[in-house]
Design a protein. Sequence first.
Length: 399
Amino acid sequence: MRERAKKLFTDSLWNIVGMMTMNMAAQFILYPAWNRAYGSERYGDILYLLSLMNIVAVSMGSSCNYARMRESSRGHTRNTPYLLLLAALSVLLLPLAAVAARCAGVRSTGAETVCYMLLAVATMWRYYIDVEYRLTLNYKGSFRFYVLMGAGYLAGIALLRFTGTWPVALLLGEALGFVYVLARGSVLRPDGAPDRTEQRAVLRLFSLLVGADLLSSLIFNGDRILLRTLVDGTAVTVYYLASLLGKTISLITTPLNSVIMGYLARYKGRLTVRMMNAVTLGCMVAVFALAGCCTVASVVLIRLLYPLEYDQAHSYFFVANAAQVAYFLANVVTLLLLRFSEARYQMVVNVLFALSFCVVCIPVTILWGLPGFCAGLLGINLFRLCFALGLCYRAALKA
């Protein structure tokens, strides 16, 4: 038991450090470079376009990833069905990204539109190919993968200055990650002819998971979309900065989720009420503790990185960060649902989440602007967390 816990901790650490390196290169070096180059209003527009892209691209890639991990807990899985699915999704995603770039009310050059389309497809593939390391529990390899992508983002800043085209900075990092897995991994290599029955099973599970993930991703990125629609681009920038350290919690929870899912796929026991009591207590403590830490860190980092916007953002630090912490903790809890309950409960959680977002956040944003939005989002994220915990207790009692 002690050896298993030690290995889980070590694997988590490798994955967390790797993904933190990649995301810190983007969030704390590349993104401020965009802000300096374009100003607050245009920077808000870039964040808005990234949100539109992430809703679809990240949902598609993550759903393929989780579909394969779920099936791997039941037996051997092949590459070919997932590669065919991703190829078809790429064909669909290219025109969707073009429409988003040209019709979202944000000015874009032709070069920016083309690079934005390629970035959307590359992002989708990147969120799938992380499965290379989940399947094999090779988290040292995961560390190298993410560090290489972070280096690509930093090199992309030079490309940004040379070309003046903002998506190229991220695109270089995504491309390096893809090439690395293609050269060193196995999940991007076809392993036999397509099988119609197998393909239908993969498509069926993917369809169920992507519906739930699209809803969750829509709300997660909905802050930028809603604020730009109902307020303005500057409000997008202010909220992004207020919640930046909370969003950075994903640097921990996302790689931690990867490790947890890898081990859950191999766990043959059942979910117990005792386990859920520990999870619930940990979540309640973590919401307040992590939000407090993020608030203190925000006072230091946002003043340093974004001095011109600090005065507008600082009053929202605690509530904005607490909302993001609750969101990511709920994502951890839903992994238990995916493993120990029916896959449809992913959809149930996120449908209620989406409905509560519309019912609560839209009216309070219209009435009270950014302060109302911050309070409303915190409320619905706490609701999502509590509801997911309740469904896990239900699964534990039925086990």
